[in-house]
Design a protein around this ligand. Structure first.
Ligand code: FES
Length: 147
């Protein structure tokens, strides 16, 4: 049912963890399945993503897609990172079963949310980036969930 790449990224997820003083942090969730993903970006002065880490509280496909998404954006410019869509993540993983496509959407949204956070902090506009919709933590920051 799952490709070897999905299983590999699920069993050995890359870039798990958090980045202290990250340039941008994005947390998104899917209320339907209850899964949550958080992406941390370390972006240098030339707007290159030096490092990227994630924490995912979710299904195996969500872990695999976040792992692959972090690999895909690492070393890229902000504009290149905008091209890391859920489709690109799925292709890099050799596909996902149809019921798991939404898990890859979470990865795209989490990257966008982290980029949005970076853009807000630096008062810049990132071409093509709109305010992420499914940031379920909006207005709930005080709760400080840990996972
Ligand atoms: Fe919801 Fe995978 S089942 S993110």
């Amino acid at each position: 049912m799952y490709s070897e790449k999905v299983m590999d990224h699920f069993n050995n997820p890359r870039n798990v963890g958090e980045i202290e003083d990250a340039s941008g942090v994005g947390t998104v969730g899917n209320a339907k399945c209850g899964d949550i993903m958080r992406i941390y970006l370390d972006i240098d002065d030339n707007q290159i993503i030096r490092d990227c880490k994630f924490k995912t509280f979710g299904c195996g496909a969500a872990v695999a897609t976040s792992s692959m998404a972090t690999e895909l954006v690492k070393g890229k410019s902000i504009q290149e990172a905008m091209e890391v869509t859920n489709k690109a993540v799925m292709e890099a993983l050799d596909g996902l079963p149809p019921v798991k496509v939404h898990c890859s959407l979470l990865a795209e949204e989490a990257i966008h949310a982290a980029l949005w956070d970076y853009a807000e902090k630096h008062h810049i506009r990132i071409e093509g980036l709109t305010k992420p919709k499914s940031d379920i933590h909006e207005g709930e920051e005080e709760e400080k969930e840990e996972y």
